[in-house]
Ligand binder design. Structure first.
Ligand SMILES: NC(=O)C1=CN([C@@H]2O[C@H](COP(=O)(O)OP(=O)(O)OC[C@H]3O[C@@H](n4cnc5c(N)ncnc54)[C@H](OP(=O)(O)O)[C@@H]3O)[C@@H](O)[C@H]2O)[C@H](O)CC1
Ligand code: K
Length: 511
């Protein structure tokens, strides 16, 4: 996909990380990797401490495995560097003695201990691992409970620790993975109501991980720092699609060109009461750089006085044979819409299917449609397409997107925190842009139009999906950064913001 020599940003699942660890340990011998990991955590904690009051102590909380080992060693290093560093093992929490009575006792003791910053340390069952030191101000916390070995929801002391961290919100460095987060999926192990640590900063070892880049994890990872530990040869399971990747896909704009050089888009949607959805898609296709845009609504012409260049067309007219179709935005779900979708699927034209078209498609048996379509479901539409529930989609966003891509023979854009783009041949990417500013009506119509417009300019379905998602997300990120808040963006502003995001890539090409 990438059109320059630089390798893409790899994302490794835990199985791949373990394989790399195993190979590296055979060479470096026991302890070397942990030394490097601990030093990376200590360095990150020291950097973070510079922004905290002088004398801020460090408190490491250690689980039973190597994640705990990393944190303990880091605490010892920080003590050698002059910090008031202590380390605690949540022995009971990790030995499986997590009876509900234990957990209730712990919570009651924690509650009775009052609101002092040291309350975390007052958790009953903590066994101090290093020599005690005098009490000090609110601590900088190292989360060394669990990393890639997390196998079940946090409970007992570990859960109580998480809940306290959630209340007190201390500055916190998560070792490798915020405890409670699944490093492969980004979901909280045990589901949305289960416990997971919210970190200020996560220092992840050996390679970036998909479960740090999508889903619930995005509210838990904080700033992410990747520490390779000198381990090379990472064979990526997927990639993070970054600005540098997007810059390599930006369509060229030769001087000797005309509007016919940049393709045409036919937006099919905008039924009565939902005309705006089609207009948003049409405007976005325009802002992506497409040459000509038509809008065809089942309920007659939908004219956009604000953008008079968007042409209207009857849905009964034959499809323009070189058009890229963007269907579903406000299409409706009646028999006319069903008949239109059947004509669209039979056309074999490049297409982007969104919203109502996806819900109708979910009722059709999977079948190939000529050129690879792009489907742009949000989690509920994805659940319908795969006959599952939203909770199952969000519990494994990458797996869900890949399954739909394979069964529907399509490029699938699973929207949401950390948009996942999956190819039917099994490879996938997480888009490194986008945020809660996009959680408002109409932004999906804009995304469909952007992807359709880029497809019309000659990008493959995979490339158009990735670049469209990146521009869509980056536009919202720039808007939110400029406003200092992520609420209030309107979908009507988004096409021109996305045009700006694409234009900014022109400069990124030479970075
Ligand atoms: N191996 C290396 O040289 C390096 C490892 N790194 C760090 O190590 C961790 C991975 O360490 P690991 O020991 O494999 O796993 P964890 O420390 O994440 O988990 C420890 C054990 O905890 C048990 N477990 C799992 N879930 C729970 C839970 N909810 N409650 C209680 N206990 C739980 C589980 O054992 P069980 O037998 O009980 O299932 C885990 O094995 C990695 O994340 C890095 O931090 C270095 O960074 C790189 C070198
Ligand atoms: K951790």
């Amino acid at each position: 996909m990438r059109r320059d020599h630089r390798p893409p940003h790899p994302l490794l699942r835990t199985a791949s990380v373990r394989a790399l660890e195993h190979a590296a340990l055979a060479v470096t011998g026991p302890g070397a990797l942990m030394d490097r990991a601990a030093a990376a955590v200590a360095d990150a904690a020291e950097r973070l401490a510079r922004s905290l009051p002088a004398g801020t102590p460090v408190r490491a909380f250690c689980g039973p495995g190597n994640n705990g080992g990393d944190a303990l060693l880091a605490a010892m290093m920080l003590r050698e560097r002059g910090f008031d560093a202590r380390a605690f093992e949540l022995a009971e929490a990790c030995a499986g003695s997590n009876s509900p009575a234990d957990a209730a006792r712990v919570r009651e003791q924690a509650r009775r201990s009052g609101m002092t910053p040291a309350r975390i340390e007052s958790l009953a069952g903590l066994r101090e691992l290093l020599d005690p030191a005098p009490p000090a101000p609110a601590p900088l916390v190292l989360d060394g409970l669990f990393g890639i070995g997390l196998a079940r929801p946090l409970s007992g002391l570990a859960e109580a620790f998480c809940r306290l961290v959630d209340e007190l919100r201390p500055p916190l460095v998560a070792v490798d993975v915020p405890s409670g987060i699944d490093a492969d999926t980004g979901a909280i192990v045990g589901g949305p109501g289960a416990a997971a640590v919210r970190a200020t900063l996560t220092v992840t070892m050996i390679a970036d991980k998909p479960g740090l880049r999508t889903g619930a994890a995005l509210d838990h990872v904080g700033e992410l720092r990747i520490e390779p530990l000198g381990v090379t040869g990472a064979r990526s399971d997927g990639i993070l699609f970054t600005r540098a990747d997007a810059a390599t896909l930006l369509p060229g704009r030769p001087r000797d060109s005309s509007k016919g050089s940049f393709g045409s888009v036919l937006v099919i949607g905008g039924a009565a009461g939902m005309a705006g959805a089609a207009l948003l898609a049409g405007r976005a296709a325009q802002c992506s750089g497409a040459g000509k845009i038509w809008i065809a609504s089942p309920d007659g012409p939908v004219f956009d006085p604000g953008q008079p260049q968007l042409m209207t067309r009857s849905v009964n007219a034959p499809f323009e044979r070189r058009a890229t179709i963007v269907a579903g935005c406000g299409l409706g779900a009646d028999s006319r819409a069903e008949a239109l979708l059947a004509r669209i699927l039979d056309s074999g034209l490049p297409m982007v299917l969104d919203a109502d078209a996806l819900n109708l498609l979910a009722l059709c048996s999977p079948a190939g449609h000529g050129t690879l379509p792009v489907l742009t479901p949000h989690p509920l539409e994805a659940a319908r397409l795969s006959g599952s529930e939203v909770g199952e989609i969000q519990a494994d966003r990458i797996g869900a997107a890949c399954t739909i891509a394979e069964t529907r023979r399509a490029v699938v854009v699973l929207k949401g925190a950390g948009t996942v783009v999956a190819h039917p041949d099994g490879y996938w990417a997480i888009v490194d842009s986008g945020g809660p500013a996009l959680a408002t009506a109409g932004t999906g119509d804009v995304l469909a139009g952007l992807i359709g417009g880029l497809r019309a300019q000659g990008l493959s379905a995979w490339e158009a999906a990735l670049l469209g998602c990146w521009a869509h997300g980056h536009a919202a990120d720039r808007w939110a950064a400029h406003c200092g808040h992520a609420a209030g963006l309107s979908a009507a502003e988004l096409p021109e913001l996305a045009r700006g995001a694409l234009a900014s890539l022109h400069f990124a090409r030479n970075e």
